[in-house]
Design a protein around this ligand. Structure first.
Ligand code: AP5
Ligand code: MG
Ligand code: ZN
Length: 213
């Protein structure tokens, strides 16, 4: 499986990418998760990324493409990958195509999760994440067994700093302006797959798998 998952903030990219990658036995590569880890570890990459993320802006293309290029060199990525939140600009999409062409492992599909704005606001407002292992929950739609506690590792759940209402609005605007044009990019390449991202998590996973068949 060599796919990218696209869609607005809160569309369920991370939720679906984790399931699809586990099923296919390939790595789930989330540039957002990679940046958040760098922020937690206080690396130079983290320090640079934090300023952009806190305002809902995109981290510069050359930085983002650099970490993706490195990640694709790791052995596990030879089996395939599920990208989540990358690419987000035309420059990133073109760079990914070049890197994959060099590796002779082109993309098989770009999956767009289609979710209306009202639903996105509800999803992000109720999202809780595990600061330790990265697991994602929703207070209403995907609650942990014990409120506020991670099922996987027992850590206390938190809200993502960029899930504040104002930042969400900016992230949505950035998505429309900079990332939505990639839908046409992948349609023109003949690999766009559009999937209804509303409905239960399991049902969305099934729709994606069906659409990829
Ligand atoms: P990133 O981490 O990629 O955030 P995002 O695109 O805004 O997307 P989210 O992670 O918020 O949403 P998601 O689609 O993964 O949804 P989730 O599965 O969590 O990026 C963060 C920042 O990093 C960017 O703003 C930027 O600064 C930087 N960055 C990252 N990549 C970059 C790049 N390539 N270039 C430049 N900068 C970059 O689901 C959301 C909630 O809904 C959860 O609570 C979940 O439990 C719930 N949910 C999921 N599915 C369902 C369902 N079917 N029904 C009900 N609830 C559901
Ligand atoms: Mg995510
Ligand atoms: Zn955890």
């Amino acid at each position: 499986m060599r796919i990218v998952l696209m869609g607005p903030p809160g569309a369920g990219k991370g939720t679906q990418a984790a399931r699809l990658a586990a099923r296919a036995g390939v790595p789930h590569i989330s540039t957002g998760d990679m940046f958040r880890q760098a922020v937690r570890e206080g690396t130079p990459l983290g320090l640079e990324a934090k300023g952009y993320m806190d305002r809902g802006a995109l981290v510069p293309d050359e930085v983002t493409i650099g970490i993706v290029r490195e990640r694709l060199r790791q052995e596990d990525a030879a089996r395939g990958f599920v990208f989540d939140g990358f690419p987000r600009t035309t420059v990133q999409a073109e760079a990914l195509d070049r890197i994959l062409a060099e590796l002779e492992r082109p993309l098989e599909a770009a999956v767009e999760l289609v979710v209306p704005d009202a639903e996105i606001v509800r999803r992000l407002a109720g999202r809780r994440v595990c600061p330790q292992c990265g697991a994602t929950y929703h207070v209403e739609f995907q609650p942990p067994a014990r409120p506020g506690v991670c099922d996987r590792c027992g850590a206390e759940l938190a809200q993502r700093p960029d899930d504040r209402e104002e930042t969400v609005r900016e992230r949505l605007a950035v998505y429309r302006r900079q990332t939505a044009p990639l839908v046409d990019y992948y349609r023109a390449a003949g690999i766009l797959v559009q999937v209804d991202g509303t409905g239960a998590v399991d049902a969305v996973t099934a729709s994606v798998l069906e659409a990829l068949r």
